[in-house]
Design a protein around this ligand. Structure first.
Ligand code: PGA
Length: 250
């Protein structure tokens, strides 16, 4: 039985003070002893350390939204996996479509980041997703398979990897993939992973859905056999909505 995982991706929102406030509110709601699912929040880099202290007593895991593929060096403006470790992170989100779209991250770059983050002891949430044009052209499955294969290239052990399927056309748009559409892609990701690794690895792999998940659609999405929780953007900025989504995973 896979333990579901719900992670709030705060994106470029909240100052340090606002992040602490929201994290405190979420920690009070989540508390300890949540056994039905794993919960994480991914604030801005700047607030990671402080938020880590605020949620330390709770079951919430700290996640970053990105990292570089080297540990240190002349990479102005970048943050490394080793630094994230030192800030108390358990997870890092990699290959988010906003990184791919707006910051030119190719699957090859994402793959280097995945390998470095895992080597540094972080757990990785590897994001994949097709654009609207790709879906309309009927190439969703090949696009996603390509992103999974390239993202995991050279990764021998995926026990610390979570995959997040996030159709680009559903992110922040209010449009959600239907549970059937999402389930179809999730099942195909699991089959791809079974081919790359083995049936046991595929069976253990958690595949989150992301893209306009809200309290009103979370129950249905999370009830699908291959949907193991969610990566939540907008709705994770409100403690009540985020908690309702966590409950939907239970
Ligand atoms: P959204 O974002 O829930 O605001 O659509 C999801 C994500 O990008 O992780």
């Amino acid at each position: 039985m896979r333990k579901k995982i719900v992670v709030g991706n705060w994106k470029m929102n909240n100052t340090i003070a606002e992040s602490i406030e929201l994290a405190t509110e979420i920690a009070e709601k989540v508390g300890t002893g949540i056994i039905c699912c794993e919960v994480g929040i991914a604030p801005t880099f700047l607030a990671l350390h402080e938020v880590g202290k605020v949620i330390e007593w709770s079951d919430i895991r700290l996640s970053a939204q990105n990292c570089h593929y080297e540990n240190d060096g002349a990479f102005t403006g970048e943050v490394s996996a080793r630094m994230l470790q030192s800030a108390g992170c358990s997870y890092v989100i990699l290959g988010h479509s906003e990184r791919r779209q707006f910051f030119g991250e190719s699957s090859a770059i994402v793959n280097r980041k995945v390998k470095k983050a895992l080597a540094e002891g972080l757990k990785v949430i590897l994001c994949v997703g097709e654009t609207l044009q790709e879906r309309e052209a009927g190439i969703t499955e090949s696009v996603i398979t390509g992103q999974v294969v390239e993202g995991l290239d050279g990764v021998s052990d995926i026990s610390n990897v979570v995959i997040a399927y996030e159709p680009v056309w559903a992110i922040g748009t209010g449009k959600t993939a239907t549970s059937a559409q999402a389930e179809e892609v999730h099942a195909s990701i699991r089959a791809t992973v079974a081919g790359l690794y083995d049936a046991t690895a595929a069976d253990h792999l958690r595949i989150q859905y992301g893209g306009s998940v809200k309290p009103s659609n979370a129950v249905e999405l999370f009830s699908m056999p291959n949907i193991d929780g969610g990566l939540i953007g907008g709705a994770s900025l409100n403690a009540e909505d985020f908690m309702a989504i966590i409950k939907a995973a239970c």
